[in-house]
Design a protein around this ligand. Structure first.
Ligand code: ADE
Length: 245
């Protein structure tokens, strides 16, 4: 998968050199390129923002640098697409993190992990001029995605979270694919609690069923734990039939 990131803070993304995503980059599973939006400005001050039409607090990111940068990336991605994909490739998905976007979920991460090209645009200030979204949505796929109901200073941290969630679902990135199956949210429930040695620690014992060797009983216990946890802290995740005692 090729991932492009547009930001005024490229240095934020140096952490993507480490851990699983870093390894995936080294092995070529993820081709990640970070671009500085200011490279697409043409004034002495490298201006990327201006005051909002209609008044109000804060600054809005100007459309021109975004247009120039996105045209360049989209053109490059299209040029690099394999010949046999040329007719079917719908172009990259443009993703703009925003508290005004649809909520990011595991299901969304799974579907984005199947895309060959993702482009992330990190907004700052009060956001990006709306015409940037409208322009690219007219000819391609644009998604505004929120990490949750809170406000970050900009899209960078949200993009890092999304890349980690998506990246680990790309085949080959996580060494043991089975470890992806039993995680929180993969089956719509929170995951069951995990234990390792020693079997007793500071007076807390591992639940005896996990030491029993009875795989059926262990699976049943884990399922109960998943349901109990989900019912307690995230009842909104349960299908209606399971949400009542
Ligand atoms: N940018 C600012 N706040 C955000 C949020 N909650 N999710 C995604 N991007 C954001």
């Amino acid at each position: 998968m090729r991932i492009d990131i547009l930001t005024i803070f490229p240095e934020f993304f140096s952490v993507l050199d480490v851990s699983l995503v870093g390894k995936a980059r080294q092995s070529g599973l993820i081709d990640l390129r970070v671009h500085n939006l200011r490279d697409h400005t043409h004034d002495r001050h490298n201006t990327v923002d201006d005051t909002p039409y209609g008044g109000g607090a804060g600054m809005v990111m100007k459309p021109e640098p975004w247009g120039e940068a996105l045209d360049e990336i989209i053109g490059e991605v299209a040029g690099g697409a394999a010949g046999d994909q040329a007719g079917t490739d719908a172009g990259p998905v443009l993703i703009f993190p925003s508290p005004a976007g649809e909520l990011f979920t595991q299901k969304m991460a799974r579907s984005l992990a199947e895309e060959p090209n993702l482009v992330f645009g990190c907004g700052r200030y009060e956001g990006i001029d709306q015409r940037v979204f409208d322009h690219y949505a007219a000819t391609g796929r644009v998604r505004l995605i929120s990490l949750g109901d809170y406000v970050l200073n900009g899209g960078e941290v949200a993009v890092m979270a999304m890349i980690e969630a998506i990246g680990r679902l790309i085949p080959g990135v996580v060494g043991n694919p089975e470890s992806l199956v039993e995680e929180s949210h993969e089956d719509g429930l929170l995951e069951y609690p995990s234990y390792t040695k020693p079997s007793s620690w500071r007076g807390h014992d591992v639940p005896p069923v996990l030491l029993s060797g009875n795989h059926g009983a262990i699976a049943a216990w884990r399922r109960e734990q998943q349901l109990a946890r989900t019912r307690q802290v995230r009842p909104d995740l349960l299908p209606p039939a399971n949400s009542e005692e």
